[in-house]
Design a protein around this ligand. Structure first.
Ligand code: NAD
Ligand code: TYD
Length: 334
């Protein structure tokens, strides 16, 4: 099999490529990535010279590049996206361009190339947010995105379904909980907090840390996608559930692993449009045989250690980065 992975230099894409080549040594992977601020070639360093791996630097919005990359491809796994909510508040248009237009360009080319499968990687954030006692999202929950990020992902999901219904393109979709693991860019909650603490700084916790997310290990995510590719029904949407934790609880756990105290927390204003809670009913995926293999509390400790031991990977990424906090976001309407 030959796979085209888009956004393979990002957090989940790079972990997926490592996972796939390890478990499918006869397959070939082409990685198409624009290398935005979120694309890191260092995450794929050990694949240099691997005859089953090819990298193409290019934009998924570029029809010519996409058409070329798709030659001889059996399966597409589409990760490429602008993925950070805080960035979408201050620069929404690039989210619409990459996430909506880019996905449309890929779908169109996939149709022309007659690929066997197109798997679209999406987020549970398309369903909006939940109150504490609301039942979790399921694939029939109406879409209700509330941020430019989730709205652009929702747009891409609708296009993927439209290509199935209108043209019969063989698609599947997964909407996943928050991921954690190695090689996650230090702009997201867990790596930002770990690396701030390792740098001797405080951690900016929004509100009182009351917001709730589900957390899934990135390699469990890779396994879930593998299962959907192998056993999923074409046209179906699969929600991928994680372990539910409040942000304060996650923060306390990281502090605990590093032997630091609560005085390292700096409570800051909520981001604009801050979703309170996401939670997923993963029963369709469980029916395919999926079970998480990573336990959040144990694995979080391992992730903290990884960032401790891999400063060369993340230190250059934090240099000169603007902090997109509420003060900055206020200039955009808040
Ligand atoms: P990421 O931001 O770490 O990586 C995105 C990658 O896409 C980068 O390598 C970047 O260079 C590339 N890219 C961006 N724009 C591109 C373009 N126009 N053309 C080609 N490449 C481009 O993102 P991630 O956290 O790895 O997320 C991957 C996918 O999973 C996204 O679609 C995201 O919506 C989805 N998702 C993420 C999470 C999460 O917790 N991180 C949860 C659910 C779903
Ligand atoms: P994030 O990692 O940005 O993922 P998402 O918004 O897609 O769920 O944020 C996870 C949660 O952590 C969210 O409730 C916002 C909060 N958060 C902070 O409190 N401080 C931070 O610096 C960041 C990045 C996030």
């Amino acid at each position: 099999m030959k796979l085209l992975v888009t956004g393979g230099a990002g957090f989940i894409g790079s972990n997926f490529i490592h996972y796939w080549l390890k478990n499918h040594p006869d397959d070939k992977i082409v990685n198409l990535d624009k290398l935005t601020y979120a694309g890191h070639m260092e995450s794929l360093k050990n694949l240099e010279g691997n005859p089953n791996y090819q990298f193409i630097k290019g934009d998924i919005c570029d029809e010519e590049v996409v058409k070329k990359a798709m030659q001889g491809i059996d399966i597409i796994v589409h990760f490429a996206a602008e993925s950070h909510v805080d960035r979408s508040v201050v620069d929404p248009l690039i989210f619409v361009k990459t996430n909506v237009l880019g996905t449309a360009v890929l779908l169109n080319a996939a149709l022309g190339a007659k690929v066997k499968k197109f798997h679209h990687v999406s987020t549970d954030e398309v369903y909006g947010d939940l109150d504490v006692n609301d039942p979790p999202f399921n694939p029939d929950t109406p879409y209700d995105p509330r941020t430019p990020y989730s709205a652009s992902k929702a747009g891409s999901d609708h296009l993927v379904r439209a290509y199935f219904k209108t043209y019969g393109l063989p698609i599947t979709i997964s909407n996943c909980a928050n991921n954690y693991g190695f090689y996650q860019d230090p702009e997201k909650l867990i790596p930002r907090f770990i690396t701030n603490l390792l740098d001797g700084e405080k951690v900016p916790l929004m509100g009182k840390g009351e917001n709730i997310r589900e957390w899934l290990h990135v390699l469990d995510h890779a396994r879930a996608i593998e299962l959907i590719l192998e056993k999923g029904t074409l046209g179906e949407t699969y929600l991928i559930q994680g372990e539910e934790r409040g942000n304060l609880e996650v923060t306390m756990k990281i502090l605990d692993v590093l032997g630091l105290g609560e005085d390292r927390i700096e409570y800051v204003e909520h981001r604009l449009g801050h979703d309170f809670r996401y939670a997923n009913n993963g029963s369709e995926l469980e029916a395919l045989g999926f079970k998480r293999t990573y336990n959040f509390d144990e694995s979080l400790e391992e992730v903290v250690r990884w960032y401790q031991e891999n400063k060369d990977w993340w230190k250059p990424l934090k240099k000169g980065r603007p902090v997109l906090d509420r003060e900055v976001q206020k200039g955009y309407g808040g």
